[in-house]
Design a protein around this ligand. Structure first.
Ligand code: SAM
Length: 234
C-alpha cells in the first residue's frame, strides 16, 4: 500500500512514521509513505498557499490553485490514490472505514491548515473525513490517525493477526478488560477465571466483559452491536 500526505509542513510525518510498527511496516515493504510539500506547487516568489476569505472574516484560507495542481498531479500517479481530504466537517472516521481503506492500493491524505480550504477544493475529494468533533490546527495529526489505523490492519503489520481482530469496534463492541502480572495489585485482583486456563470460560467471560464495558462507557455502540441483542449484561 502507498500512502501520500500533502501538507505545508511535510517534515512532521517522518518522526512518527519511521518509528515502531509504522517504521517496521515500511522496512518490511508492507507500506510506503511519501510526504509532499504543497509549496512545490506554488509559482510565486513567496510560495504562497493562503489568501484572505471573500466576505471578510478571521484568518486565512488555503488557496485553490496549489491544491488543485498538487492533487491532480499526485492523483495521476499509478496506482491512482483514493483522495481523502481531512476536515472537521467530514464524515466521522470509524474502524469500518479503516478496514475499507486498508484494502486500497494507494491513499492521498490532504491536510488543511489556517482556517481551512477554499470550498472548491472539496470537489477533488473521493471522501472528506473527520477524526472527531473537535478542531485541530491542521490536518496532519488527523491524516496520521487515518494512516496508522489503516496500516496496522495490513497483513503482517502487527506480527500477530489475532491482535487486530479482537480489538474494540471490530465486532461493534469495545474490547474486553485485560490484565497482566501481578495477579494482585494494590488490593485489586485479576478475575479468577482468567487464571483458570479454561479457554471456554475465558471466552465467555471476555464476551460479558466486552458487553459490560460497552454498556458502561459507550452505550451508543451497544444499541447497534451485531449479535448483542438478547444477550444479558451482568
Ligand atoms: N475553520 C475550520 C472549521 O471550522 O471547520 C477549521 C480549520 S482547522 C483550524 C485547519 C485544518 O485542520 C482543516 O482544514 C483540516 O484539514 C484539519 N482538521 C482540524 N480538525 C480536524 C478534524 N477533527 N478532523 C480532520 N481534520 C481536521
Amino acid at each position: 500500500m502507498n500512502i501520500s500526505f500533502l501538507s505545508v509542513i511535510p517534515e512532521v510525518f517522518g518522526p512518527y512514521l519511521d518509528a515502531s510498527i509504522m517504521g517496521r511496516a515500511q522496512e518490511a515493504g508492507i507500506v510506503s509513505f511519501a510526504a509532499h510539500d504543497l509549496r512545490r506547487w506554488t509559482h510565486d516568489r513567496h510560495r504562497t498557499v493562503d489568501d484572505a476569505p471573500f466576505g471578510g472574516g478571521q484568518g486565512m484560507l488555503m488557496k485553490p490553485e496549489p491544491l488543485f495542481e498538487a492533487i491532480r498531479d499526485l492523483s495521476s500517479e499509478e496506482p491512482r490514490p483514493r483522495v481523502i481530504i481531512l476536515s472537521p466537517a467530514g464524515r466521522p472516521f470509524t474502524q469500518r472505514d479503516a478496514r475499507r481503506l486498508s484494502k486500497e492500493e494507494a491513499l492521498l491524505l490532504v491536510c488543511g491548515r489556517y482556517e481551512g480550504m477554499d470550498e472548491r477544493v472539496y470537489t477533488l475529494a473521493d471522501e472528506v473525513v473527520s477524526v472527531g468533533d473537535f478542531v485541530l490546527t491542521g490536518g496532519e495529526l488527523a491524516a496520521l490517525c487515518v494512516a496508522d489505523a489503516c496500516v496496522r490492519l495490513l497483513p503482517g503489520a502487527l506480527g500477530n493477526e489475532r491482535s487486530a481482530a479482537d480489538e474494540s469496534f471490530e465486532d461493534g463492541l469495545l474490547e474486553f478488560a485485560q490484565y497482566t502480572r501481578p495477579a494482585s495489585f494494590e488490593g485489586m485482583d485479576v478475575p479468577e477465571v482468567l487464571l483458570s486456563g479454561d479457554h471456554g470460560k475465558v471466552d465467555a467471560w471476555r464476551r460479558q466483559s466486552a458487553l459490560e464495558r460497552t454498556r458502561r462507557m459507550r452505550p451508543d455502540l451497544l444499541a447497534e452491536a451485531a449479535g448483542a441483542e438478547g444477550e444479558e449484561v451482568r
